[in-house]
Design a protein around this ligand. Sequence first.
Ligand code: G3H
Length: 203
Amino acid sequence: KKAIFLTRHGESEFNVSGRIGGDGALSSSGKRYAKAMADWIIMQPEFYNREQGHMHIWCSTMKRTVQTANAFKKRIPNVKIYQWRALNEIDAGICEGKTYKQIESEMPNEFTARAKDKLSYRYPQGESYKDVIQRLEPVIFELERSTQPVLVIAHRAVLRCLYSYFMELPIQSIPHLDLNLHTVYKLSPGDYKTEVDRFTFGL
Ligand code: G3H
């Protein structure tokens, strides 16, 4: 069975200022991650297979994942990068672009409601984790059916859902899962369970 590599985009300017959502570009550290991660992935035996060709690279339609994925283009000109809207980060609606502190002080009811039930809570004019899980269904379907290894470059909330699905973690824990920046999670599906290896880049 083929491996699935998961990573968040490199650190973005929004990550640096602690704001959620938006469509920010990578920070300088995020750009360094994109290069180091691409250099590392293309050395993995799964990256190129004589029969199957290159690993597939999937990202969202947001600047920070596209920019991370583009590091591959310079290294492997004919690499295919697929952009999926379904991989876009959870839509934080009226909270987009705010810090958690701002949400807590400006919209205390929203903040408390989310803390109480992060899985079901839907941001006004935005999404809940349950919404994200639902829109990821076609992505999961294609991942399971893909005959080639795939690298998914996405976002924290989205990857929490994908990781939990493949690792068979309980649904309630999804919104609380720790998935670090500048880390590649390699999932290797076995007959009984999926093994995970983590590779962290100190940048
Ligand atoms: O902007 C979205 C975050 O990456 C998701 O984090 O669901 O823990 O607020 P959160």
